[in-house]
Design a protein around this ligand. Structure first.
Ligand SMILES: [Ca+2]
Ligand SMILES: [Ca+2]
Length: 628
């Protein structure tokens, strides 16, 4: 096992030089995937980039590795090679010889035994809490990679859209901080190689098999996952099958004429609404295309912009209906999983990709990694829209996307409306009432902040008290909570990219480090302690993570609910207005008959009398009780 692992680290596929190189002799410049594993998949599609690759024959030197077929494309600039990996195949580096009418060349493909799979590909449960990190903005563990030689001028901490120097090693060096805070899963925004000085965010890939050099190396990613697992922390990889970046070499020269939906010159725009008033909403409603996707009456032309258009009009849209594109993208996901041992994927722009693709992609992943969790991003306030994409169910099109769970955007919007805009608190119960639309609502990923929206602390109408309530609700309502780096110290910031400021103390030159209590201001420490305490309570009281949620009381100002697990009943009191007393009946709930209420958190009080509870809640407060 150890030898195989070393081999996989050291050997990556590389093109081999042709003996002589007249201008038209074949050349391989890139091999994707760069390596693979035995007894993982029965077949592998290798995509070679290069020149003059019009192969008449390809043969490999390992027995039980069979070249099934080949297809040269784009005038010989690409060669697809389908390999059959027979059960008897032994590990080693395959050297495959390519014959063309103008000469011969070869490529290497290391094939290793799989490493131990224990404590890898674990998937998430409702017991975890996810922490989202934008690696460039968290901590700089290696100043030597701040400005890679081929990316001059890309690093400047004073500019909002350039690289700031944060990296994978910086995250690994602060796992203790995260452990101390109490989060148990990390979601990093994409780490694949990007192409421009302003692509610090990672969503404009130019190489789906490379780690962005500003962030480190593949080995450093592997080390981060392993170190996380050692601390019982799971790792989510942010994957983007919908699109690549405008500078990806495929854009100038696609491997197939229909590798993308459209071309750089001529494509649909995923952001162009068909008709904003179609469903009786204002012209400026931005999400009507999602509604057309879930509408069984909508002709396909109403949704084509969304699924086939280029995101924001600029990001090249993968033609996931092409089986070769689909195989490339599935193999790519498997490669990242197998290379690192990651525990799940956060899946970007979920509705922008065909549902048929998701069904096949998930089926392919699950064959190898049955426990792996995938979380789909469906950025929409309406649960009747978001739930349409949930896996574990077929909708009118007969398709089950297979996705494990989704971000709870409807709850995100309501938490903001309630806490910042004075919306009735009962709207929280209204979101939860829609849980019947999801096969597994308890696994929805709840959040009040991420890298795409302004920081809660800086929103209009916000305050430290409201930020604490946002944490309180996110960490007690049903679901898998996701926190955004820096919110635990009340980090400020407006819209993108101001919501992605550097975590204070992540850079050696920073005057103060919020990674330590001594370096935090009183205000930062107050929020930190609040979050840390709630996270500890969530760990200690399983009902807060996995318990069934019961509504007990809901009106304009107050929502009182219970969480019931097999051996525990917890009561949560949220009051968004002035101090008040509320009489709550516990009849017909598992709390009926409780003899005592012990306060775990907050300042409210509860007096039990038969099946009734008299609750007194201070102004703008959240309190937690355990009932016995
Ligand atoms: Ca760095
Ligand atoms: Ca698409």
């Amino acid at each position: 096992m150890v030898a195989a692992s070393l081999a996989a680290d050291v050997l990556v596929a590389r093109p081999r030089q042709a003996a002589s190189s007249p201008d038209n002799s074949p050349v391989v410049t890139k091999v994707e995937p760069p390596n693979w594993w035995l007894r993982l998949t029965p077949e592998l599609m290798v995509l070679l980039s290069g020149r003059h690759l019009e192969a008449t024959g390809v043969t490999c030197n390992l027995s039980n590795l069979v070249v099934e077929r080949t297809q040269a494309t784009a005038g010989g600039n690409y060669l697809f090679v389908w390999l059959k990996l027979e059960a008897e195949l032994k590990s080693g580096t395959a050297v495959c010889r390519i014959s063309t009418p103008t000469g011969t060349t070869s490529f290497e493909l290391p094939l290793a035994a799989r490493e131990q799979t224990i404590h890898k590909f674990q998937g998430l449960t409702t017991a975890v809490v996810v922490y989202l990190i934008m690696p460039d903005r968290f901590a700089n563990g290696d100043p030597s990679n701040d400005e890679p030689t081929d990316a001059q001028g890309s690093h400047d901490r004073l500019k909002l859209r350039t690289y700031h120097g944060g990296d994978l090693r910086g995250i690994r060096e602060h796992l203790d901080y995260l452990k101390d805070l109490g989060v148990t899963t990390l979601w990093l925004t994409p780490i694949v190689k990007n192409g421009a000085t302003e692509d610090y965010h990672g969503y404009s890939a130019v190489d789906l098999y490379g780690v962005e050099p500003h962030l480190g190396s593949l080995r450093e990613y592997q080390e981060l996952v392993a170190a996380g697992h050692q601390q019982r922390m799971k790792i989510l990889f942010d994957i983007v099958p919908n699109h690549v970046g405008p500078k990806h070499p495929w854009v100038a020269q696609p491997p197939l004429p229909d590798w993308f939906h459209g071309t750089a010159q001529r494509h649909l725009n995923a952001s162009a609404p068909v008709n904003g008033a179609f469903y009786g909403e204002g012209e400026n409603q931005g999400h009507d295309l999602f509604e057309a996707i879930v509408d069984p009456h909508a002709p396909p032309r109403l949704r084509r912009n969304l699924t086939d258009g280029w995101f924001a009009g600029v990001l090249p849209d993968m033609n996931t209906e092409n089986p070769m594109v689909a195989q490339y993208l599935l193999q790519n996901a498997v490669w990242w999983a197998e290379s690192s041992g990651l525990d799940g994927f956060r899946v970007d722009t979920f509705p922008y990709v065909s549902r048929q693709f998701w069904a096949r992609w998930h089926a392919g992943l699950r064959r190898i990694y049955p426990q792996l969790t995938t979380i789909g991003e469906v950025f929409h306030p309406d649960a009747s829209v978001t739930s349409f994409f949930a896996g574990g169910q077929k909708r009118y099109d007969g398709i089950d996307t297979g996705v494990s769970t989704l971000f709870d955007y409807p709850m995100y919007f309501v938490l903001h409306d309630v806490l910042l805009n004075g919306a009735p608190v009962g709207r929280i119960a209204d979101v939860l009432r829609h849980d019947a639309l999801y096969p597994r609502p308890d696994e929805l990923v709840t959040f009040f902040g991420n890298h795409d929206v302004p920081r809660f602390a800086s929103a209009e109408g916000s305050s430290a008290a409201k930020l604490k309530l946002a944490f309180g609700l996110t960490l007690t309502l049903r679901g898998i909570p996701q926190l955004y780096y820096g919110d635990e110290i009340g980090m400020p910031g407006g819209g993108d990219p101001d919501n992605r400021r550097d975590f204070p103390g992540g850079w050696r030159e920073d005057a103060k480090s919020a990674f330590t209590e001594a370096g935090r201001t009183r205000e930062q420490q107050e929020v930190f302690t609040w979050v840390q305490t709630l996270l500890r309570l969530r760990r200690e009281h399983a009902a807060l993570g996995s318990g069934h949620l019961w509504h007990l009381f809901s009106d304009e100002a107050t929502y009182i609910f219970a969480r019931e697990s097999e051996d525990e009943r917890v009561l949560v009191v949220f009051n968004n207005s002035k101090a008040r007393g509320v009489d709550v009946t516990l009849r017909d709930t598992p709390l009926q008959g409780a003899a005592s209420a012990t306060r775990l958190f907050g300042e409210a009080s509860v007096k039990l009398s038969g099946a009734e509870a008299h609750v007194h809640a201070p102004a703008q407060s959240l309190s937690i009780f355990v009932l016995n």
